[in-house]
Design a protein around this ligand. Sequence first.
Ligand SMILES: NC(=O)CC[C@H](N)C(=O)O
Length: 378
Amino acid sequence: MPLHAHKEALLVLEDGRSFRGESFGAEGETFGEAVFSTGMTGYQETLTDPSYHQQVVVMTAPHVGNTGVNDEDPESRRIWVAGYVVRDPARVSSNWRAQRSLDDDLRDQSVVGISGIDTRALTRHLRERGAMRVGISTIETDPEALLKKVLASAEMSGANLSDAVSTQEAYVVPAKGEKRFTVAALDLGIKEMTPERMAERGIEVHVLPATATLEDVKSVNPDGLFYSNGPGDPAATTGQVELLKAALAEDIPYFGICFGNQLFGRALGFGTYKLKYGHRGINQPVMDLTTRKVEVTAHNHGFAVDAPIGEETTTPYGIATVSHVNLNDDCVEGLELKDAETGKLKGFSVQYHPEAAAGPHDAAYLFDRFISLMAKEV
Ligand SMILES: NC(=O)CC[C@H](N)C(=O)O
């Protein structure tokens, strides 16, 4: 599966820096927020993670596409990244599971990419100046002209994107083996491995559209409520924050991942803010402040919750604390809510990805904690 003959392509950042390379994947023009991922593996999972909607992903791993593409590893029904930037695409897919090449998959799904550029220089630029808008084009050869279009493109701050990626219809992922619990899972951009990790623990997962109401949630008679990861700015979301407040007021046990952590934070009265360049990769060190254990975790977030570390915050729903912290930058990576009188756990969330697709499995215990929460053991 050799690479197709490729045209020239141009990448221009919002601050005017430009890179010339070769077209990779589809030809055309695309815009989004430029972010970098440090994952050495898992490009299929990255490409199909709905949280990357409207983001152009720069891979810091220099060689991408080696194992081709298969139909088993996608985390959703399609590729969501707005554009893809790699240094050196594999010319041959070499893996027994490969069904087609990455280049072909990007073409088939009309995803515009660029290769052959100095991704290390681009990453250092984003790390120093922060995430910013970018354009990639195989049509426009003049950087000034492309820059004008970049400056006219949508910004990530203030973007409400969950509705665009969420399922329109509710569906059920059945429990594997004996059914123990029912969970209502709000799809804000859910990855397939998440209901899978619950199902394998005996949870029947009712995946609901992002627009679900409290009645929709209650109609499945859930033992717990789950909010998924998802794209966009958590500060631009109101409906799901109100829904979560209403569910907490009714004592429905809660677990949230990534966007679900940010919306939990907002429901508890905390603010959120945009990180300079975010965390995206599969080896971020996080400390569980209760056990002082450090776990190596998969991340994909550009925003974070602004909550005090080491302090208790009284909320209308109980006492909230920061449960997990990133050891690289002290960013809040998890929240916990306990009943003010009994001290019992009411809900918790993490900013990272215990479903580990791709990534290390250190944080899988969080799905077991959700089980314990629903079983009222904690
Ligand atoms: N993966 C996610 O859920 C990302 C959440 C949010 N869109 C962020 O970038 O921080």
